[in-house]
Design a protein around this ligand. Structure first.
Ligand SMILES: CC(C)(COP(=O)(O)OP(=O)(O)OC[C@H]1O[C@@H](n2cnc3c(N)ncnc32)[C@H](O)[C@@H]1OP(=O)(O)O)[C@@H](O)C(=O)NCCC(=O)NCCS
Length: 290
């Protein structure tokens, strides 16, 4: 399974993005999703519209779309809108490779920030964004598209974490060392959970912790939980929402996501770190207004 990443070149390729999005999100409504002429305008006006193509068949198997934007009073940035990888092509590092090409492009444009959003209960996305790419989040957004945004999102409020990728931050060049890896496992947990796999649930939440780093657990895989017990999935959504909102308000930043197999079960945890001038400088935020 080898692939090549390049800019989109033709209108047919823009249409291929539309169809890939329909398939990956199970949108089920031709009027929803990315509108190819807008993608064309984005690509020609400072945006980045990339495809990943199967080397064997030439078929597009993944895409990444972003446009230029700015929050009021903030720096010019790339808003990375949507990325999708066909199911059979996942876990080959395509998403990471697409994001790295996107980063090169915005550095070449002289920009320092890229933002995007993702569902905090989605392990692969969290692992990619906060661990592999070493981006951060300090903004929680509630139910931004309603509960009916395609099969992939169906049934739960569409909460999102806003990711900030400060592309010149020194932390992007430095791999976390073994000392850090050992230390974070001693950090106090926000949630106590019980059960296993699709029955694991939060039985206690501690929202008054004040250690420098905290661990906030999320499901190993939210999709089987949604299939087996929607009420439990909603319980995760609401408790995780409440915890992020409380700790972000206290000045914590989500700086990492650790995923480990424990007794045959995948356990996922966010690492929240108390904001300090040193941390902000390492992320690359110091001096920049968002
Ligand atoms: C999110 C998505 C783009 C990732 O694509 P991908 O090419 O599989 O991503 P990568 O292989 O670069 O990285 C995913 C990482 O998550 C890990 N992962 C997979 N399942 C996981 C889980 N349940 N919990 C934690 N991590 C998980 C993978 O092992 C991989 O890490 P590794 O390289 O260290 O093994 C893809 O799953 C997708 O298209 N999802 C549906 C659409 C979507 O959510 N788009 C993003 C928001 S717009």
């Amino acid at each position: 399974m080898t692939f090549t990443i390049r800019d989109i070149q033709t209108y047919d390729e823009l249409m291929a993005i539309y169809h890939l999005q329909q398939e990956i999100w199970g949108l089920g409504d031709p009027n929803l999703g990315l509108y190819p002429p807008i993608l064309n305008t984005m690509a020609k006006n400072g945006g980045v519209v990339l495809g990943a193509f199967d080397d064997e068949t030439g078929r597009m198997v993944a895409f990444l779309v972003g446009f230029l934007g700015r929050e009021p009073g903030g720096p010019l940035k790339l808003c990375s809108q949507t990325m999708g990888v066909l199911k059979e092509w996942r876990r080959y590092g395509i998403a990471e490779a697409l994001k790295r090409v996107q980063r090169e492009r915005i550095i070449a444009e002289g920009l320092s920030l890229m933002t995007w959003t993702y569902d905090p209960l989605e392990g692969p996305n969290a692992h990619l964004n906060l661990h592999k790419l070493r981006a951060i989040s300090r903004t929680y957004l509630c139910d931004i598209y309603g509960s009916n945004f395609g099969a992939l999102n169906a049934g739960l409020p569409t909460d999102r974490l806003q990711v900030e990728w400060w592309v010149n931050g020194t932390r992007l060049e430095n791999e976390p060392d073994d000392e850090y890896e050992a230390e974070i496992w001693d950090s106090p947990p926000v949630f106590e959970t019980k059960g296993e796999g699709t029955t694991r649930r939060i039985i206690r939440a501690d929202l008054s912790l004040d250690a420098n780093t905290l661990l906030l657990e999320t499901p190993g895989d939210i999709h089987p939980i949604k299939a087996a017990d929607m009420e439990l999935a909603l319980d995760w959504r609401l408790k995780v929402r409440n915890a992020f909102e409380k700790y972000f308000a206290k000045g914590y930043i989500a700086v990492d996501f650790i995923s480990a197999i424990e007794r045959g079960e995948r356990r996922n945890r966010y690492v929240l770190q108390r904001s300090t001038p040193e941390l902000l400088a390492e992320i690359g935020i110091a001096g920049e207004k968002l």
